[in-house]
Design a protein around this ligand. Structure first.
Ligand SMILES: [Zn+2]
Length: 271
């Protein structure tokens, strides 16, 4: 599943090509995505200029001269920038043709992605208005993490994965951030000290930043905007390294299951 760094990488990849361009046509091949694409949408966006490409959590926002397109890549979606005459592939669901002769083409085999258009403030859109803060928001800070972990018996790893508390951390980066913060993923969240919360906030941001810098990490389905596989393997500390020596202390990295998801950690470095 594309995680926050992949979405940010996609945003950066398309921004240069899309900003300032006019939409020549939105051509939809499959309306039935996670939610149906409204039939009126192509007429609403035609001839509009793309003023900016922004991101809120894992949503891409194409700010138009009047209104905003809100795109989610879903489980398996990818957005590529292609010359408009490029032959279509199976699972290409729509084309956003630009006046430059290029197209933003959305491919999504599992059709869990979505496309909405709103002329209102997108922050108030039903998909966005109740999103929890994401790690790069100012709101997500030591005080916030300390507050939301009080009274929570759940393991800290699972609190980081709880989308109602924080959005966009994801399974890979939860493991990586806990390693960087030297906190054992099984620790009860409410036992974290304020100092540890501060360390963890910094570690989450650092883990995500490293991935964005490397161009996104995710494993299978992601394709970069240039059509190349987007998982330039960055150097991960613990993720999928079970049984291998810890990069810091040489003890063996372990894998456990928490909430049906794999967690990787070093029992020697993380307490
Ligand atoms: Zn270690």
């Amino acid at each position: 599943m594309p995680e926050l760094p992949e979405v940010e990488t996609t945003r950066r990849g398309i921004e240069r090509a899309a900003r300032g361009r006019r939409i020549a046509e939105l051509r939809i091949y499959e309306h039935r995505l996670r939610w149906p694409i409204e039939a009126a949408m192509p007429a609403q966006v035609i001839d509009q200029q793309i003023a900016a490409v922004e991101r809120r959590a894992k949503y891409l926002l194409l700010r138009l001269s009047r209104g905003t397109l809100i795109l989610h890549l879903g489980m398996s979606g990818s957005l590529r920038l292609l010359p408009r005459e490029t032959e279509r592939l199976k699972h290409d669901q729509f084309d956003l043709f630009l006046d430059s002769g290029m197209s933003l083409r959305f491919n999504d085999p599992r059709r869990f992605g979505s496309l909405h258009f709103t002329i209102e403030d997108p922050a108030q859109h039903k998909l966005l208005r109740s999103l929890a803060p994401e790690p790069f928001d100012r709101e997500f800070n030591t005080d916030y993490l300390y507050r939301i972990t009080r009274g929570r018996r759940a393991a800290i790893k699972q609190v980081l994965m709880n989308g109602r508390l924080v959005t966009g951390v994801g399974n890979i980066y939860a493991s990586e951030a806990l390693f960087r913060a030297r906190i054992n993923p099984r620790r009860s969240a409410r036992r974290l000290t304020r100092t540890e919360c501060a360390r963890l906030v910094r570690a989450i941001r650092a883990a995500l930043q490293a991935a964005i810098k490397a161009g996104g990490t995710t494993l299978r389905d992601y394709v970069g905007t240039d059509g190349n596989p987007g998982y330039f393997r960055q150097k991960l500390f613990v993720y999928e390294r079970d049984g291998k020596p810890c990069r810091v202390c040489d003890n063996l990295t372990r894998k456990i299951t928490q909430g049906q998801r794999s967690t990787y950690f070093c029992p020697n470095c993380q307490h």
